[in-house]
Design a protein around this ligand. Structure first.
Ligand code: PMP
Length: 323
């Protein structure tokens, strides 16, 4: 294995015992929290950097700028460290303390900005685009840069096909950029168009309505980070999504807590949404099916939020007994 780059991807596909027993299906979680940067976004960071090297937009020793909820910033910064680039990361200040601290620890030039909707010029994505222009740096542009989903098609999707030996009936996944969902959809549908691709969407995101009836109307909110969208990123364009499930926070948190305390798997909120959606799809399909989902990142990244009784109470969410 060649350094950090060689350690990204090829994550295990873990059978989730309780979800499988509850549904009579095989529910399998791709353990993306085992990537060196701790999330599925290491893959996107690497894919974006490799594509920019290949097309000449990133020169040796160059600088990469990106707007991110945190995980892409971590992936990009670690890959940049390993390959001799610099990273400037723009992030909404509402993201977890742990991700902010980790980015500083690994040497990112971190710029926190107030959380603003996408239509506001102060939104972190627009700030990062302008900053890249000012610095003459590469703007990673994970939402609309198709290198993101291509990386997932070639790795995440290909791995799922190989690890299941093609025995997969459905795939559930939440969307931030859509790179994971679209990339895996492209890979699996190329092998078998009957594999059902289901978006797992938090409250407060427009994508559920978009998949269901083409309407991006947004209601509610979620404590999950890195997922949910008020627009359709280029990475989702043209990828087949067969259906969608909208998962409220309490249903996602039940999975986060169950996975931790009954199976020893520490995951974050988006993984909880993904597993909850996999369970719903399993119940719809009936026993005997195989559903794959993504365990996007680890729970330690959200200790101050999802595992903090005060935070949970402030959001009117149930506090598990052991906390
Ligand atoms: N879960 C977490 C924790 C994330 O940080 C992200 C990316 N922002 C996602 C899921 C969504 O992945 P993608 O960008 O590939 O849609």
């Amino acid at each position: 294995m060649d350094g950090l780059i060689g350690a990204i991807g090829n994550t295990p596909l873990i059978r989730l015992g309780r979800a499988s027993a509850a549904t009579g299906c095989e529910i399998l979680g791709k353990a993306e929290f085992l990537n060196p940067g701790g999330s599925v976004k290491d893959r996107a960071g690497l894919a974006i950097i490799r594509a920019a090297e290949a097309d000449g937009t990133l020169k040796p020793g160059g600088t990469i700028v990106e707007g991110t909820a945190g995980n892409t910033g971590i992936g990009l910064t670690l890959v940049a460290n390993a390959l001799g680039y610099k990273c400037v990361i723009v992030m909404p200040e509402t993201q977890s303390r742990e991700k902010i601290d980790f980015l500083r620890m690994i040497g990112a030039d971190l710029r926190l900005v107030p959380a603003k909707p996408f239509k506001d010029p102060g939104n972190y994505v627009h700030v990062s685009r302008r900053l890249a222009g000012e610095l003459g740096a590469l703007w990673a542009n994970q939402f609309d840069n198709l290198a993101n989903r291509e990386g997932h098609r070639a790795t995440t999707g290909a791995e799922i096909w190989a690890q299941t030996g093609g025995k997969v009936d459905a795939f559930t996944c939440a969307c931030g950029t859509g790179g994971t969902l679209a990339g895996v959809s492209l890979a699996l549908k190329a092998h078998n168009p009957d594999i059902k691709i289901v978006l797992a969407d938090p409250e407060g995101s427009g994508l559920y309505g978009w998949v269901k009836n083409g309407d991006l109307t947004i209601t509610g909110s979620s404590i999950t980070e890195g997922i949910g969208q008020s627009r359709v990123p280029e990475n989702l364009g043209g990828a087949i999504i067969d259906d969608a499930e909208r998962i409220p926070d309490p249903e996602a948190l039940e999975q986060v807590f169950d996975l931790l305390i009954h199976e020893g798997l520490s995951v974050g909120g988006s993984a909880g949404i993904n597993v909850a959606a996999a369970i719903r799809v399993a119940k719809t399909l009936g026993p005997g099916h195989t559903i794959v989902t993504i365990l996007c990142d680890g729970g330690a990244r959200y200790q101050s939020k999802l595992f903090n009784p005060e935070f949970l109470r402030s959001k009117n969410l149930p506090v598990p007994a052991w906390l």
